[in-house]
Every structure is written in structure tokens, then in C-alpha cells.
Design a protein around this ligand. Structure first.
Ligand SMILES: *Cc1c(COP(=O)(O)O)cnc(C)c1O
Length: 373
């Protein structure tokens, strides 16, 4: 049986690092500590939405953010009563009704969304809690920063909407010298000033995701939205000692000895050089093994670098490894959809021994059990 193993102690360790960074420097204008909004989108980054959220609650987190209506409702259905912010603005009335009925804090990032929420709030006779989203240069959700007067006009019409927060999102916080992020930050603070000039209280301000939180200490504002750092999976060099959370485990299903000159796997890309003892493990790329996000090719120079690297890989045939009983073993031949063949020549490995695969939890099939240890 396969499982994605989730190490509780590593989550705790990473939260401690995040809290230490906050404790060291951050106090907002009223002397309040910067709040952690834990982002649990994408099935809790693969750790299992409900179980992961419950574990974070046990560890003192009380504000969550999700990216879809489904995730928000699933948390409520499972008895989670904490604040939940739906990060994506939507003008779809059905979706908004579901969110509002379930006491989800909705994001408003357009006139249409604002009008829809106002209409629903009036109908339900309730004050709806919202965060405003400002698009400071991402081109996705939010009122466009340069058209802030239109945003102000829209907000002034609201009677049943309670603004509890205002936020924006960086597009390139993980790369370069931070020039673009600083520009986005300035655009954001200018919008906040305009809101205040119009007697609109923007509530809790937040802009940073994990990389921005770790790199731009002067941009933390009132809250930070942390996802990947809690899993210790950063897109910037890890100089803080975050520990990776999550690995896939399976077991040796078969052991056999292949003769010399024998093919292994599809497309006949590997032939044994000598008699080879192999273990067959029922786990492959469909389970998430060796599935990665291709690095963004965001600059022409990087494009060239990646192409060069890919060519190198063809010649080098970079090997893949798994761990069996804690020992590193090489994968032979092409990785299969649900199977790998592993070289265990001269190793004392038996049927049913545990095999450990390095994976990004996000790519591990959500049907695979999450085993919290
Ligand atoms: C995913 C997401 C985050 C968290 O990003 P990490 O880099 O994983 O910390 C924060 N804010 C928004 C709007 C997001 O979509």
C-alpha cells in the first residue's frame, strides 16, 4: 500500500521558524503582531485539505485562505469554524451565495463582484465580510491599481458589505532584486491612501506570500499569506533551515535477478551491463514520483539556460534514486506510470521492505492516503 507520509514535527519546525521571524521584527502600527494567514489551497498543498488544516489549528493558526469554492465548503463541511478567506474574486452569483451562506470571507476584486455581493447581502439581510483585492500588476484578480477612483466609487455604493481587509499579490517575489515587487508595493500603498482619504477603512493589509515574507521584511504589513514555507518547499534558497514536509512510501512487491544484456522498461533505453538483482516497486509518475513544475521561463536568458540544461541531461542521463530501508538505490530504465525497477544488487533487501520516494506532495494523487506521523 502506498501513502504520502506527512511529518508533523517538520510542520511544527517550519511554523516555529516563521513565528521567530515575525517575533523578531514585526509590529504593525498598533503594536500588533503580524498575523499568519495559512494558505491551504490545492488540497492543502497536497497534504490533505482537512487533516492539514486541523493540524495547523492545533498549532495555533486561526486564519486560512483557499483558492476555490469547493475547498472553502469542504472545510466548513468538516466542521472547521475558523476564518476562511476565499482568495479568488468571483462575480458568479451561485458561487458567491454558497460562500456567503457558509460564512466564508469573500474577496471582491471588481465592480461586478461588488454589485453581486451587495445584492446577495441585501437579499439575505446580512453584513457580508470581505477583503478587497487590488491588482498591482499581476493581471489576474483585483481592481486595477491605476483605476482606483472607479474602485472608490463602487465601494461608496455598498451598504451591506463590511471590508475587513485589503490585499494584493506579487508576481515575481521569488526572483531578481525585488524591484518589481517594490513597485507593486508602492502601487498598493498609494491605493490604501486613496481609500483612507475617502473615509474607507481598508482593514487588515496583506501582500506577502512565502518568498516575499522571507525576502522583503519591510512589506509584511498586518498579515502574511504563507503556503509553501510551511511545507519547507521554497522557490528561493533555503537559508533558514526549513524542513521539507511529505514523502511517498511504498513497498518492494517483487524481487528478481535479470541476466546480463537484458532490457528494462519501455522504449528499451536501458540494458543490464551484468547480472542484476532488481526490486519492482508499484509506484510511478502517476503517483507523483519525479513530477515537477518546469521552472518558469520568464527571461530570454533563462530560456537559453534551460534548453542547454536539457541537452546536457540527455547526454548525462541523470539518474533517479529511491530509498529502500533508508539506503539509496538507483532506478533502472524509464519510470513507469505505476512502477519502477530498482537496482538492489549486493543489497540485503526483502519483499515488502519500505521504499521512500522524494515527491512534491502537490502532485501526489489525492486518492493516496495521507499518513500523518
Ligand atoms: C498561493 C498563494 C499564496 C501563498 O503562496 P506561497 O508562495 O505558497 O506562500 C499567497 N497568496 C495568494 C493570492 C496565493 O494564491
Amino acid at each position: 500500500m502506498k501513502a504520502l507520509v506527512v511529518e508533523r514535527k517538520n510542520i511544527k519546525h517550519n511554523l516555529k521558524i516563521i513565528r521567530e521571524i515575525i517575533d523578531k521584527q514585526d509590529k504593525d502600527d498598533n503594536g500588533n503582531k503580524v498575523k499568519i494567514i495559512a494558505v491551504v489551497k490545492g488540497n492543502g498543498y497536497g497534504l490533505g485539505l482537512v487533516e492539514y488544516t486541523k493540524y495547523l489549528i492545533e498549532n495555533g493558526i486561526n486564519f486560512f485562505a483557499v483558492a476555490t469554492v469547493e475547498e472553502a465548503l469542504k472545510l466548513r463541511e468538516n466542521g472547521i469554524k475558523e476564518d476562511i478567506l476565499m482568495l479568488s474574486s468571483t462575480s458568479v452569483k451561485n458561487d458567491l451565495e454558497m460562500l456567503i451562506k457558509n460564512e466564508i470571507i469573500v474577496t471582491i476584486g471588481s465592480k461586478q463582484a461588488g454589485d453581486a455581493v451587495e445584492e446577495i447581502a441585501k437579499k439575505m439581510q446580512k453584513k457580508v465580510r470581505v477583503h478587497l483585492k487590488i491588482d498591482t500588476g499581476f493581471g489576474r484578480y483585483g481592481f486595477i491599481y491605476s483605476k482606483r477612483d472607479e474602485m472608490v466609487e463602487e465601494i461608496k455604493k455598498w451598504e451591506n458589505i463590511k471590508i475587513e481587509g485589503t490585499f494584493s499579490h506579487f508576481s515575481i517575489a521569488f526572483y531578481g532584486d525585488g524591484k518589481e515587487s517594490r513597485e507593486q508595493f508602492i502601487r498598493f500603498t498609494q491605493c490604501i491612501e486613496v481609500l483612507k482619504m475617502n473615509d474607507i477603512e481598508p482593514g487588515m493589509l496583506h501582500m506577502c506570500n512565502s518568498s516575499a515574507f522571507l525576502r522583503f521584511k519591510d512589506m509584511h504589513l498586518n498579515a502574511v499569506r504563507i503556503g509553501s514555507a510551511i511545507l519547507g518547499r521554497l522557490s528561493i534558497p533555503n537559508v533558514w533551515g526549513f524542513k521539507k514536509v511529505g514523502y511517498l512510501k511504498s513497498n518492494v512487491a517483487e524481487i528478481k535477478i535479470l541476466p546480463e544484456g537484458y532490457n528494462i522498461g519501455y522504449s528499451n533505453s536501458y540494458t543490464t551491463k551484468k547480472e542484476t538483482k532488481v526490486a519492482i516497486v508499484p509506484c510511478g509518475y502517476a503517483d507523483g514520483f519525479n513530477v515537477k513544475v518546469d521552472k518558469d521561463m520568464f527571461r530570454p536568458i533563462d530560456k537559453i539556460r534551460y534548453v542547454v540544461r536539457d541537452i546536457k541531461n540527455i547526454f548525462k542521463k541523470e539518474a533517479l534514486y529511491v530509498k529502500i530501508n533508508g539506503e539509496r538505490c538507483k532506478v533502472l530504465g524509464r519510470l513507469g506510470m505505476y512502477h519502477v525497477t530498482v537496482d538492489i544488487t549486493d543489497k540485503n533487501i526483502k519483499i515488502n521492505d519500505e521504499v521512500e520516494f522524494e515527491v512534491s506532495p502537490m502532485f501526489v494523487d489525492s486518492n493516496i492516503i495521507r499518513d500523518y506521523i
